[in-house]
Design a protein around this ligand. Structure first.
Ligand SMILES: [Ca+2]
Ligand SMILES: [Ca+2]
Length: 198
């Protein structure tokens, strides 16, 4: 099987740049109504700046690995703050459809401290809590992506991974945490470090 980080697209360059530089070089989201032609409307405010939040691990075929608060063995995505500042979840979304980037909002009113992890249950059961996404992820393969929305701009893809068929109760994970090294068939470490790989 293969894992194709969507981060291989141009925005990876963006993520590796200091946020201040990104604003200067205009490498973040473009205005949502920018037609790139004459008479483009004037856009006010700052373009979105990608947080240092990553999809760190996911389990797309949970049979008996870990149950959610409802006792259900649902699939999950682990987020990780790979930066040095608190990340607010306001305006951040998780999706399994690149055509629908704002599919499932991250828990509003909360955030993630540097080095912390958060599990989002991908069970299509948002009534079970704000850490439950509005969609399920497909064990037969698909996409998981994280987007930042900003009024007046197209949602900016912060992170994403393209994956193929996943084995039961084994995750795909960045090893070590936050790195570009995706490894499939891992013993799940939900809400904790993915280890050093050594
Ligand atoms: Ca559930
Ligand atoms: Ca983990």
């Amino acid at each position: 099987m293969s894992l194709v980080p969507l981060a291989s697209l141009s925005h990876l360059t963006f993520l590796l740049l200091p946020a201040s530089l990104c604003v200067l070089v205009g490498c973040s989201g473009k205005p949502a109504d920018d037609t790139s032609g004459a008479d483009s409307p004037v856009v006010t405010g700052d373009p979105p700046v990608a947080p240092t939040l990553v999809i760190n691990e996911f389990l797309a075929s949970n049979k008996a690995a870990i149950a959610d608060s409802a006792g259900e063995y649902d699939d999950w995505v682990e987020l990780y703050n790979n930066g040095e500042t608190l990340i607010s979840f306001t305006g951040l979304y998780l999706t399994d459809d690149l055509e629908a980037p704002e599919k499932s909002p991250l828990p509003t009113g909360s955030g993630l401290a540097p080095g912390d992890y958060l599990l989002i249950w991908c069970d299509g059961e948002p009534d079970q809590g704000d850490d439950h996404a509005t969609f399920r992820i497909n064990k037969a393969g698909g996409v998981v992506a994280l987007y930042a929305a900003s009024e007046g701009f197209d949602p900016l893809r912060v992170d994403g991974i393209n994956y193929e068929t996943q084995p039961a109760d084994l995750s795909a994970a960045r090893v070590p945490d936050g790195s570009d090294n995706w490894v499939a068939g891992q013993t799940p470490t939900p809400g904790g470090s993915n280890g050093s790989g050594s």
